[in-house]
Design a protein around this ligand. Structure first.
Ligand code: ZN
Length: 563
């Protein structure tokens, strides 16, 4: 069925309350493991309905953020969400406290019970009002950013359309693009500061009510970090600073010199090759090329992509009032993944049929996994491993995406250097969040000062050249994740580490690397990130010195493939 025709029905507060209370009662009264499993089946059917209604209405809101019907539906779930979560938590607690817990670990999965333990530690009835407030603030921020228009050369552009010019081969155009971006954001700076300040305080308050020292620990529980803690992440960031930052710094400065850039400015950061961004073919050709690629990868990926196209499970045109980012979601009841993106004619469009489709392929492959609803694929770092690695597995097929002679080579060079350059940025975002939540009393100006300090540490090759907004360290405010989902960003770095390793393996033996990847994808939800990395024979980046060799090999490949 076409995604636009999927029936939507509001799942009400009353329905969920009544249903979940019945399930909780059944778990508590259970006299055997079988009775708990039967209660779980009822829990799963309730949550399938709820998750489907919620993601359908959210999707329909994001494709038109001013649609009054779906805006109201989204607000409704924002409103009842914490209450439903609280009941789900009582279910979780009842299962965890059950006298049959040991047996449950065997018949279900130890990973599931571990994840339930983390859910229990991330929620408490006394923070429900705070959670409602947090949801509202996040929505306000999303609304503000989606509605923002940027005056650029006589036009009013939504952000994804403006950012196309950040990749222009003409330096004055890139500079003008960042000036337009900075000036408009600057005009909203009081509101952006105020929203973030309130978010930090409400998050800190929740953490303290639950007995944590600050929000960091609560943030980790919320992200359901199963196999690493803040200490491990710190070691990873130190590895990046020591082993990746110097390599990227050297490569970016050498590359800039080749491109005739004297002082490397922020607006040069998305410019990699002499002709600027390689131009992908138009939407129809792009989807046709993607279909061929997935067919060549195997019967299952081929059938998957055909189903996505037939069901019109992509919304890729950029329009005013459409949500500005990109995502992949799914409607569990209909076993249907869905992808939203904003095409802008840059090479970023290709990511939609590689990166986002990598997420969707995983959802498709694990739809029958019996923990899929409760665990998804097991964590955001795992999810991003699926998508970012797919970007690299697409390399042999790139000529069809970039019809102009030489563009596919230029894309490969750009993609490799871009992925490596992302690691310092991503870890900087992560350290920034640790600093902000460790010191919730920082003023907006102090937060900006922290950001600027981190810019020098992680991206020493960039000069900020008194750009509006960016020059005073406010650049982090356009990073949606920092507002919307704290501590969700290091995930992209952890998954980049997996993707780069798959890439390096694929240079030696593409088929072997692809098989390792599929093995990892199919095990999603059944093992933690570190176990999955080991499944595919990849290095786990939390160990001291574990990424040095990867940095060297990537640096060498990039230096040898300049175009
Ligand atoms: Zn992704």
């Amino acid at each position: 069925m076409k995604v636009s025709e999927l029936p939507y029905r509001r799942v009400t507060r009353e329905e969920m309350t009544e249903g979940l209370q019945r399930v909780i009662g059944r778990v508590k009264a259970a006299q055997s493991v079988e009775e708990i499993l039967a209660a779980r089946a009822e829990y799963l059917s309730l949550t399938t309905e709820y998750a489907t209604a919620q993601s359908l209405s959210y999707m329909r809101y994001t494709i038109n953020t001013v649609d009054p019907f779906y805006l109201a539906e989204k607000d409704y779930y924002d409103e009842i969400g914490p209450e439903v979560e609280n009941l789900a938590l009582q279910y979780t607690s009842a299962v965890l406290d059950s006298p049959f817990r040991k047996e449950l670990e065997t018949v279900l999965s130890p990973i599931l019970l571990r994840s339930m333990e983390l859910q229990r530690r991330s929620m408490s009835p006394e923070i429900i009002d705070d959670m409602v407030e947090e949801n509202k603030l996040v929505s306000e921020y999303a609304q503000l950013m989606a509605g923002m228009l940027f005056p650029f050369r006589g036009e009013q552009l939504p952000r994804p359309m403006l950012m196309k010019y950040a990749r222009s081969a003409d330096r004055a155009t890139r500079r003008a693009c960042y000036e337009a971006l900075g000036t408009t954001l600057e005009a909203h700076s009081a509101q952006l500061d105020d929203l973030f300040d309130r978010l930090v305080h409400v998050r800190d308050r929740m953490a303290k009510k639950m007995g944590y020292e600050n929000f960091i620990e609560l943030g980790y529980c919320r992200m359901e970090r199963m196999c690493y803690d803040a200490q491990a992440v710190q070691t990873f960031r130190e590895n990046i600073v020591r082993d990746i930052v110097p390599v990227v710094s050297r490569l970016r400065l050498e590359n800039a010199k080749r491109l005739g850039i004297d002082t490397f400015r922020l607006y040069d950061n998305e410019f990699f090759t002499p002709g600027g961004d390689p131009t992908p073919c138009g939407k129809d050709d792009l989807f046709a090329a993607a279909q061929k690629m997935y067919d060549a990868m195997g019967d299952v990926p081929g059938a998957f992509f055909r189903m996505m196209c037939e069901n019109e499970a992509f919304d890729v045109e950029s329009r005013p009032n459409k949500w500005g980012g990109g995502y992949c979601t799914e409607f569990p009841k209909f076993r249907q993944p869905f992808i939203l993106a904003n095409f802008n004619g840059t090479s970023g469009d290709v990511d939609v049929v590689t990166h986002e489709a990598g997420h969707a392929l995983n959802a498709y492959l694990i739809a029958d996994n019996r923990f899929a609803l409760e665990l998804g694929c097991g964590g955001m770092e795992t999810a991003e491993t699926h998508s970012m690695s797919m970007e690299f597995f697409a390399w042999p097929y790139l000529d069809a995406f970039f019809p102009k002679a030489g563009d596919a080579e230029r894309y490969r060079f750009q993609h490799a250097l871009d992925a490596l350059s992302f690691l310092p940025y991503g870890t900087m975002v992560d350290e920034f969040q640790h600093r902000v939540y460790a010191e919730p009393g920082l003023t907006p100006a102090e937060r900006n000062a922290v950001w600027l300090e981190l810019e020098h540490k992680y991206r020493p090759w960039i000069d900020f050249d008194a750009l509006p907004f960016y020059g005073r360290g406010a650049g982090w405010q356009r990073q949606l994740h920092i507002y919307e989902c704290p501590f969700y960003y290091i995930d992209y770095c952890l998954s980049t580490m997996a993707a780069l390793q798959f890439f390096l393996l694929s240079l030696k033996d593409h088929k072997d690397a692809w098989e390792r990847y599929l093995k990892l994808v199919r095990r999603a939800g059944l093992a933690s990130y570190t176990e999955l990395m080991q499944t595919a024979g990849l290095k786990v980046p939390f160990e001291d010195g574990s990424i040095k060799a990867i940095a060297q090999q990537m640096g060498q490949w990039i230096a040898e493939h300049q175009v």
